[in-house]
Design a binder for this molecule. Structure first.
Ligand code: ARG
Length: 577
């Protein structure tokens, strides 16, 4: 149960009865300290002023109407009108038992949505680099979270697999006698791309040929299509290996790249013209949006078809959002892209909405991403100033994790070492990214991300193994149900219990806002609260049967919550460290 929402609804009812307007938003949040109860209601003073009522009278009215029998132990009024809610331990205990016997920790979905998540989206003929890290990892965490909650999730890997540069690449492969290139590696493609660009800029005949190949590709010429396919294949095979290595759930069938929408373009242009949304301007087709002006106050317009007939990134995205609404029937579309593309997306959406290409009530959201910076505060690059390839980054993470594990455990078998180094190394890179607010830039720092202290993957993974060891020591199988009922009877068990029950409001918030760092903080707090509980409550040696049952159940729910929580983030756990 989402306790926060549940309480908010109850209080909402009595606040309305006390005279508040129906659109009143109850301000309820978790209390910072145990002595302030479990939840706090704020904002009553402001409401009293609005209603021209004395705060005391308003509070009394609210409390008289609220029905929380059996749920709340007491409600304390602090100052004139702050309400501190203390939940009833018996009720909390029953919620713990319920979470333990139900699937998905007892979380229920109010409204199932079809949600398209656009993420990762690398470009063909280029290796994924550190710039794709955030979109890939954060996007995947949200996909996992939404799926856990029961939504119908459609992964969309909007790869950059179309554009004039493909004509150039194909012409260059031909020039180099490489049209039967089955075994080109992606790294070689990058070099080829650079050389092709050079030839394109320097050799007029080559440039002409390259342009003619763009047209042939568009018209479905067999040879061009075959080569283009090969380029996409080479790129995405390598990327797929990276996805698997990072436990990113994207598969080949999730690729819906720019090329996928090309057949829709011609019709969209003529339709937009027919609807008087697009106009011809100096040979090109342009949409003038009354919301988009440049710095000098001119309405510059968004080009959707160039003079030479070519379509643009914007045109593709218009077709793409239309497809997602009309064909995929999305209720919500979330884009995990760099914040620098915000203007692009708002233009696309505004054109699509004007043209009626998307359902009125569709939620279109750009979940913006800040950048990954080096220690110097500038975009993270290699010493020589090149972008850092994702595969190199992962290799280094695993290498560093190997040393770390060996230092702690020199006798470990080679097999175990490799296994754990992958999980800890890659987990560290992912967690470091996930635990920062996605909207801001962050500094990439190996030492802090691989530390066993603080909000890091190694710390969280270790915390999980510590909980498991309790079960190993007491000879209890974690998969088995522990008989008997929970009874939260002391401060430590109440504190842990209430935090465990906040998992639902946490995960729903993550799903709503697309902010996985909220889950990271929650799990980190859980690990700390569990540590305190463990130090103060003799779980294994406890003689009183009821108390022991409660301790074990809380430990079991902690283990499950940590595992599920980390899993929704895409962080793997191990049994021993
Ligand atoms: N391929 C693009 C890039 O690397 C990202 C695409 C994002 N998705 C979209 N629908 N525009 O910048």
């Amino acid at each position: 149960m989402n306790i926060q929402n549940f309480l908010a609804q109850k209080i909402y009812k009595s606040i309305i009865l006390a005279g508040a307007p129906v659109n009143y938003q109850v301000q309820i949040r978790k209390s910072e300290k145990l002595k302030f109860g479990d939840y706090q209601v704020n904002g009553i003073m402001t409401l009293a002023k609005k209603l021209q009522m004395s705060p005391q009278i308003l509070v009394n009215k609210i409390l008289k109407n609220v029905n929380l029998n059996g749920i709340v132990q007491k409600i304390e009024i602090i100052g004139p009108c702050f309400l501190n809610i203390f939940l009833e331990p018996k009720w909390l205990s029953a919620q713990i038992d319920y979470a333990l016997i139900t699937q998905n920790l007892g979380i229920t979905l109010n409204q199932k949505q079809t949600i398209v998540v656009d993420y990762s989206s690398p470009n063909v003929a280029k290796e994924m680099h550190v710039g794709h890290l955030r979109s890939t990892i954060i996007g995947d965490a949200i996909v996992r979270t939404l799926e856990f909650l029961g939504h119908n999730v459609i992964r969309a890997n909007h790869i950059g697999d179309w554009g004039t540069h493909f004509g150039m690449m194909i012409a260059f492969l031909e020039k180099q006698n490489m049209i039967d290139c089955c075994d080109i590696a992606l790294a070689d493609l990058e070099i080829l791309y650079r050389d092709a660009k050079k030839a394109y800029d320097e050799d007029i005949d080559f440039a002409k040929k390259a342009r003619s190949y763009v047209v042939r590709l568009q018209n479905g010429d067999e040879k061009c299509r075959r080569l283009w396919h090969k380029l996409v294949d080479i790129t995405m095979k390598k990327n797929q290996l990276l996805y698997e290595r990072m436990s990113v759930t994207l598969k080949n069938q999730d690729i819906m790249g720019e090329s996928f929408y090309q057949s829709m373009m011609e019709e969209i242009i003529s339709d937009l013209k027919k609807k008087n949304i697009a106009v011809s301007s100096q040979g090109a087709t342009v949409v003038f949006l009354d919301t988009h002006y440049n710095k000098s106050g001119d309405n510059v317009g968004v080009i959707i078809q160039k003079k030479d007939g070519g379509y643009l990134y914007t045109t593709t995205d218009i077709a793409c959002v239309k497809y997602r609404s009309e064909t995929l029937q999305a209720d919500r579309v979330i884009y995990y892209i760099d914040s620098r593309q915000n203007k692009h997306l708002t233009q696309v959406w505004s054109i699509a909405r004007q043209a009626g290409y998307v359902k009125n009530n569709i939620q279109l959201e750009h979940h913006m991403l800040g950048m990954v910076l080096g220690k110097d505060g500038r975009p993270f690059k290699t010493r020589s100033g090149d972008t850092i390839k994702l595969s190199d980054l992962l290799d280094e993470a695993v290498h560093r994790a190997t040393n770390l594990i060996l230092a702690k455990n020199p006798k470990i078998s080679q097999n175990d070492l490799q296994n754990r180094a992958e999980i800890i190394g890659i987990g560290s890179v992912k967690y470091a990214d996930l635990s920062k607010n996605r909207t801001t830039d962050y500094i990439f720092d190996w030492d802090s991300m691989l530390s066993f202290k603080g909000n890091t993957a190694p710390y969280m993974q270790y915390a999980y193994t510590r909980v498991l060891s309790i079960f190993r020591k007491s000879g209890i199988n974690i998969e088995e149900e522990i008989l008997g009922s929970t009874f939260l009877f002391n401060e430590h068990s109440v504190m842990l219990g209430i935090h465990l029950l906040r998992f639902e409001e946490t995960i729903q918030k993550v799903a709503h806002e697309g902010l996985p760092h909220i889950m990271c903080s929650y799990l980190y707090d859980l690990a700390s609260i569990f540590s305190q509980f463990y130090e103060n409550c003799p779980i294994i040696s406890e003689k009183d049967k009821n108390k022991k049952t409660t301790y074990l159940k809380l430990s079991l729910l902690t283990a499950k919550t940590l595992k599920i929580g980390l899993h929704t983030l895409g962080i793997n756990t191990i049994e021993r460290m």
